[in-house]
Design a binder for this molecule. Sequence first.
Ligand code: RBF
Length: 357
Amino acid sequence: MTQLKKRAPGRVLTAALIAALIAAFTVAPLFATGKKDTGTQPGGNFSVLVYITGMVTGSPTYELLAAGAESFAASHSNVVVKVYEAGFNQAEWEEQLTSLVAGGGFDLVLGSNPSLPEICANVGKKFPNQKFIITDAEYPGNPQISTYLYNQYEQSFYLGYLAGLVTTGKMEHANGAKKIGFIAAQEYPLLNKHIVPGFLDGARRVDPEITLDFRVIGNWFDANKAADLTSSMISAGVDVFASIAGGAAQGMIRTAGEQGAYVVFHNTNEYRLAPGVIVGCGLMEQKKLTEEILTDVLAGKIQYGTSHTVGVKEGYLDFIADDPGYTGALPKDIQDKFNSFMNDIRAGRVPYTIPPL
Ligand code: RBF
């Protein structure tokens, strides 16, 4: 159990000096690199850096992380949150985090990305008192880092089952090809070993003949490239899509709507973006988890060096079945089959094996 870090009495600074230091070390570099700083002003006694590996807007996991931290700060006057967007150049992330940690005096760095723990481990070597908590990642064994892995194999598995029902069903745009599609921004172990295999395994619980067309955009923002891939996949027979592509997914959704195909969406309720096109949305309770993590941090209850896995049974993943985007778009037989499958998942009645990461 780790105690909450208290500022040393010898380091109590005047307001003016604090302001000068903040200007020198924190605000100036953020604005100098053109990054967005949406944090509340410092002045509290527990400061959290929310380190966004990309941009907040358009990336559900980041939106929920920032929202959770900001809502926690809004209800805890002693907590200060700074949200820093590191942008899409992954080669710069470690250097940016190093200078933020060096200059920011943050009690905690909070992030959400499978590649972040390794970067934190490197930064942490230079700053042995710095603590990091990363969701959407698995990294046990480092005494400065605690991680929470969403069981994304499981979410992809039930979204894949729904995709399987749609591609083999009789909806307007379903064809006879039994082909589902997945568009990824980039490849990384969690995607290749859990998310994509889970999607195909779920679909094959409906029909083992279903095949997967998998394509990669190459970045997290190019909606036009995603649109081109979608179009080519529809020509090749894909009638149901999933994606992990951040803001670029908008191009897939738009093209699926224009050319007649369906989408199942991970992590957030996006039905209203494209009614009748997005026919299923998973739910990731990242905002709730973020608030719980910060509660535990303040209570000194975080065990650094450990990794937790959270999924449907733990209450951090689910499917949004009470939205008109679902109830109004899918035929009753598909809803009945899927709802019953989802209930079996919730009750732990569907056996599956999570591949090693
Ligand atoms: N997900 C996003 O929604 N937006 C991003 O910009 C983004 N960038 C990522 C960069 C890297 C290097 C990695 C490994 C993953 C990234 N993800 C991003 C994926 C995200 O962390 C998560 O795995 C998926 O959103 C599935 O929950």
